[in-house]
Design a protein around this ligand. Structure first.
Ligand code: NCD
Length: 318
């Protein structure tokens, strides 16, 4: 099992075999998570600090649980909105924490690139839990594991990512990951919510749900990220739901066994019909949450192995 990385800052730096390594280990953790013996000791003796400069429910809880299940000392800092000041403040906070010798630092920040910057300043493993509209690697990995378990493979699938692509780090990390694993990706949404230069990513772009969903194996819905919008991107929520909201009628254009995904938090009646989201024959939204814990356990386990190996080689050299 080789995973030659110090941090998990994005999907971009990962090779296809790194992705497979994480998913294979996560698969084992997912099976263990369903048994009575959930605990392991891969992170025993290590300190994990979660720094969320942006609110989060499932990601923060998931990282916390993952660390605890593997025996780490876990501390979650409540970073108030008032502490969000660019540059120096972030680095100062990081340096203060660094002085406490954490081994794993899990960071979410509203600015794209902030987590990469922080990783340069500290000497522990840094995991990106979402930075601006840049990347959210563990989300893409948990989505990949959910797809692989539901479809039996993670290549040559037709996958539609729908909605607010422009403001979504989830979309970005997924496009990169699913592309590396050789899937066909379609992006569906209003032109105002498509990022500029998207054609370079080797994806097909649609602004019509029914056409875009034709025959796809996976339908990934995204939330309208209003907190990142600085103007009127959509006419009204009603109109948006009518054109882009996923309901049974639009889903009927996808493959008969297509699965429905959503990273959460969901806005029922805006991007997705509530009943469809709860329909366990089609929706794998709860599995995504379950796989989240497993993927984060696997990612932290692999980074910790490298951390321990570096510490051992340092000790030998000294
Ligand atoms: C996503 C995020 O924060 O980027 N949520 C998550 O991590 N589960 C998506 C979103 O906020 O819409």
């Amino acid at each position: 099992m080789s995973f030659d990385h110090t941090h998990l800052l994005g999907i971009e730096p990962l090779a296809a075999h790194d992705i497979t390594t994480i998913l294979d280990l996560a698969d084992q953790y997912a099976d263990r998570g369903r048994s009575a013996a959930k605990h392991g000791d891969a992170l025993a003796g290590l300190t994990q600090i979660n720094m969320f400069f942006e609110s989060s429910t499932r990601t923060q809880a998931s990282f916390e649980l993952a660390g605890k299940r593997l025996g780490a000392d876990v501390m979650s800092m409540a970073m108030q909105a008032s502490s969000i000041k660019k540059g120096e403040t972030l680095i100062d906070t990081a340096m203060t924490l660094n002085a406490m010798h954490p081994d794993l630092l899990v960071v979410r920040h509203p600015h794209s690139g902030a987590v990469d910057l922080l990783a340069e300043k500290v000497n522990c493993a840094v995991l990106n839990a979402g930075d601006g509209r840049h990347e959210h690697p563990t989300q893409a990995l948990l989505d990949a594991l959910t797809i692989r378990r539901a479809k039996g493979r993670l290549h040559r699938l037709n996958i539609a990512i729908c909605g607010d692509i422009a403001h979504s780090r989830v979309a970005r990390s997924n496009i990169i990951l699913l592309g590396k694993m050789e899937n066909r990706i379609r992006l569906i949404g209003p032109p105002t919510l498509m990022p500029a230069g998207i054609a370079e990513f080797g994806v097909e772009v649609y602004d019509d749900m029914k056409k875009g969903l034709e025959g796809v194996d996976v339908v990934m819905m995204l939330r309208l990220q209003r907190e990142r919008m600085d103007g009127g991107f959509i006419p009204s929520e009603r109109e948006y739901y009518h054109r882009y909201g996923l309901d049974a009628e639009k889903l009927a254009h996808a493959a008969p066994d297509a699965i429905v995904m959503h990273p959460g938090p969901m806005n029922r009646g805006v991007e997705i019909d509530g009943e469809l989201a709860d329909d366990l024959r089609r929706s794998v939204i709860q599995q995504q949450v379950e796989m989240g814990v497993a993927v984060r356990m696997a990612a932290m386990d692999l980074l910790a192995r490298n951390l321990r190996a570096r510490q051992t080689s340092k000790a030998v050299m000294a």
